[in-house]
Design a protein around this ligand. Structure first.
Ligand code: BGP
Length: 466
C-alpha cells in the first residue's frame, strides 16, 4: 500500500478553458476572453476587445457552465474524490473593482460545489487561473498595488460565501508564468520588461499571502496552496558550466515557490535584483505579510522536463511549448513536442519535498493528443493510459520509497477542454470526450474514452491496479 486512504484522486479544469457562457449572468470580460485561437504553428493573439468574426475559444469552450451537472456526474462515476476547478473572478466581480459582487455568479458556484458535495467530491478551487478582469488593465493590472486590494476583496467574498463547502484553495495558477507568459499570469503585456514583471509578481505574492492569512483566520480548516508551473530541467552535460547554467535557469523559476513556501525572497534573487537595478514596490509591513502568509502546501503541474546549458539564453514559449535551445535525446515527445518523462515526476517530487518539507499535490499532468471517434462511438486512447500509468507509477515510488508526502493527483483536462497554449480543442487530455471542434461547433455530447474505465479502476484500487 502506498497512497493514503484519503488520497485525493480527481481531475482538473480551469473556468476560461471549459465554462464558455462568457457573458452569461452578468459576467464581465476577462483577459482570457480576448485571446484568439492559435494552433501548433500560430501563436494565440491578444486583442484589445472582442472583434467580430474572430474565434475566441473561451466564449463557448465546452459549455461546462451549462453542462456542469452532467460533467460532475461523470466525474463521480469515475470515483473522483476531488475536482480541481477555478472560479472566474469576472463572474464574481465583473469589472474587478465593483463595490458589490454579482449574486448570479456567486450562486452559480454554490450550485457547482453543492453538486460536487452531493457525490462526496471535495472541491479544490483555483482563485485565479489565467484570467484577470479585463477592466483592471486600466489600473495597469498587477503592476498596481490597488489590484492587490481588489483581489483580496474577491477572496474575502468567496471565502465567506463558500466557507464550509470549500476547504482546499490555490491562489494563482502557475504563478511563475509571470516570467514567461505575463498576459496569462495577470494581464501584463507580453513585452513588459523584467522590472514590470517582477513588480507584478511581487504584488501577486502579497495578494496570495494576504489570502492565506485571511482564510486561516476565517476557518483554520481551510488549506491554501501555491501552484507552480512545472518547469524542471536537467543540465545538458556534466560540464560544471552546463550545471551552473542549469542551476541559474532553475532559480529563475524556483524563486516563486521559495517566496511562497518560505515567506521571504531568497538571497540569490535579491542579489540578482541588486545587480540589475530592479527594485521591489515594498510597503511597510510587507515582510510580515509574506511571512504570515506562507502556504499550507505546494501544488504544481507536471507535463514534461527540459534541458538547459551554456547555450540557454533565456527561454521562450512557442505555441505553448518551451524552448531552451536544447532537446533530450533520451525522451520521446508528444505530438506537440513536449517530452514524456515519468521519472522526472519522481525527481521533481523529491526536489520539492527536500526543499520545503511541505505536503505536495500534483494538480495537472496528462497527455495532449488527437483522439479518434470510431464508427461505433468508442474512443481508444491507449497512449493516454500509458502516459498516465507511467507517471502514477513514479509518483507511487516517490511516496513509497522516498517518503514524499503527497495529498492528491488531479490529471489535467479530465474532460476535454480548450488548450491554454494554443487555444485548440483538438489537443485533448480528457477521460471524457466532448464533441466540439476548434471553431466551437458540435453536439457537445459527452462520451467515455477507454481511459475513463481505466482511471475508474485506478481510483477504485487506490492506485494499486495500474
Ligand atoms: C498549464 C495550464 C493549464 C493547461 C495546461 C496544458 O500550463 O495551467 O491551463 O492548459 O498547461 O497546456 P495546454 O493547454 O497548452 O496543452
Amino acid at each position: 500500500m502506498s497512497f493514503s486512504k484519503d488520497f485525493l484522486w480527481g481531475g482538473a479544469t480551469a473556468a476560461n478553458q471549459c465554462e464558455g457562457a462568457y457573458l452569461d449572468d452578468g459576467k464581465g470580460l476577462n483577459t482570457a476572453d480576448v485571446m484568439t485561437a492559435g494552433d501548433a504553428k500560430t501563436e494565440r493573439q491578444i486583442t484589445d476587445g472582442v472583434i467580430e468574426g474572430k474565434n475566441y475559444p473561451s466564449h463557448v469552450a465546452i459549455d461546462h457552465y451549462h453542462y456542469f451537472k452532467e460533467d460532475i456526474a461523470l466525474f463521480a462515476e469515475m470515483g473522483f474524490k476531488t475536482y480541481r476547478m477555478s472560479i472566474s473572478w469576472g463572474r464574481i466581480f465583473p469589472n474587478g473593482d465593483d463595490a458589490e459582487p454579482n449574486e448570479a455568479g456567486l450562486k452559480h458556484y454554490d450550485e457547482v460545489f453543492d453538486e460536487c458535495l452531493k457525490y462526496g467530491i471535495e472541491p479544490l478551487v483555483t482563485l485565479s487561473h489565467y484570467e484577470t478582469p479585463l477592466n483592471l488593465l486600466k489600473y495597469g493590472t498587477w503592476t498596481n498595488r490597488k489590484v492587490v486590494d481588489f483581489f483580496v476583496k474577491y477572496c474575502e467574498t468567496v471565502f465567506n460565501r463558500y466557507n464550509g463547502k470549500v476547504k482546499y484553495w490555490l491562489t494563482f495558477n502557475e504563478i511563475n508564468s509571470m516570467s514567461m507568459s505575463p498576459w496569462m499570469a495577470g494581464g501584463v503585456s507580453l513585452d513588459a520588461d523584467e522590472q514590470t514583471r517582477m513588480t507584478a509578481a511581487y504584488h501577486q505574492f502579497i495578494a496570495s499571502a494576504k489570502a492565506v492569512k485571511m482564510a486561516h483566520e476565517l476557518n483554520p480548516e481551510m488549506k491554501v496552496g501555491m501552484m507552480y508551473g512545472g518547469l524542471f530541467s536537467y543540465a545538458n552535460t556534466c560540464d560544471p558550466k552546463d550545471v551552473m547554467a542549469n542551476d541559474k535557469f532553475m532559480k529563475e523559476m524556483l524563486f516563486y515557490p521559495d517566496v511562497q513556501c518560505r515567506g521571504y525572497y531568497p538571497a540569490y534573487k535579491l542579489k540578482e535584483f541588486e545587480r540589475k537595478g530592479i527594485t521591489l514596490p515594498k510597503l511597510d509591513g510587507d515582510d510580515e505579510i509574506l511571512l504570515e502568509g506562507k502556504v499550507d502546501f505546494l501544488s504544481y503541474s507536471y507535463y514534461f522536463s527540459m534541458v538547459c546549458g551554456q547555450e540557454t539564453k533565456g527561454f521562450s514559449v512557442d505555441c505553448g511549448s518551451m524552448n531552451t535551445g536544447y532537446s533530450n535525446p533520451y525522451l520521446p515527445t508528444t505530438d506537440w513536442g513536449w517530452t514524456i518523462d515519468p521519472m522526472g515526476l519522481r525527481y521533481s517530487l523529491n526536489l520539492f519535498y527536500d526543499r520545503y518539507q511541505l505536503p505536495l499535490m500534483i494538480v495537472e499532468n496528462g497527455l495532449g493528443a488527437y483522439d479518434k471517434v470510431e464508427d461505433d462511438g468508442s474512443i481508444h486512447d491507449p497512449y493516454r493510459i500509458d502516459y498516465l500509468r507511467e507517471h502514477i507509477a513514479e509518483m507511487k515510488k516517490a511516496v513509497e520509497i522516498d517518503g514524499v508526502e503527497l495529498l492528491g493527483y488531479t490529471p489535467w483536462g479530465c474532460i476535454d477542454i480548450v488548450s491554454a497554449g494554443t487555444g485548440e480543442m483538438k489537443k485533448r487530455y480528457g477521460f471524457i470526450y466532448v464533441d466540439v471542434d476548434d471553431e466551437g461547433n458540435g453536439t457537445f455530447n459527452r462520451s467515455r474514452k477507454d481511459s475513463f474505465y481505466w482511471y475508474k479502476k485506478v481510483i477504485e484500487t487506490n492506485g494499486e491496479n495500474l
